[in-house]
Design a protein around this ligand. Sequence first.
Ligand SMILES: [Zn+2]
Length: 151
Amino acid sequence: MKNVRMKALNITVPLKAHQYFSDDGYVDNLEAHTCDLIKMYEVKKSEVEKFDITNKDNLGFCFFESMANDRKLPNENYVHIYYLKTSGYGDIFIRAHEETHALLHLGKLKYLFFDMIKNMTTPPLSLILKNRIEDMANYSGIYAMQKRKLI
Ligand SMILES: [Zn+2]
């Protein structure tokens, strides 16, 4: 078991041995960084479509890839987040948004919920029950800002 830190959400999450998380930080070009990761992990052409890389509205990105290994172990899980440099409050919002996607891909969203409950708040149930992940990620962005008393 190893711990990783979600810096914008300010929470620590335990990962299993086959799980990897990397906060790659600020990048100049989201599409170029995604293409680098696609090459690095040798993502199959048929699977590249899962990444919405040409969407120019993105301010951050969450890359995820799962790989089988030779031994009879669970698939290796790799998750990267990266984002454009945004001035002011937007920075925490975007980073917390991408961290929420990362938590989902790592199956660790409950640690965010634990932290919210500890801080006497909970996301609207409809976001969880209806699996509205984009709305949930936006809610987390606002939560991270409130936690830092930015709003
Ligand atoms: Zn999103």
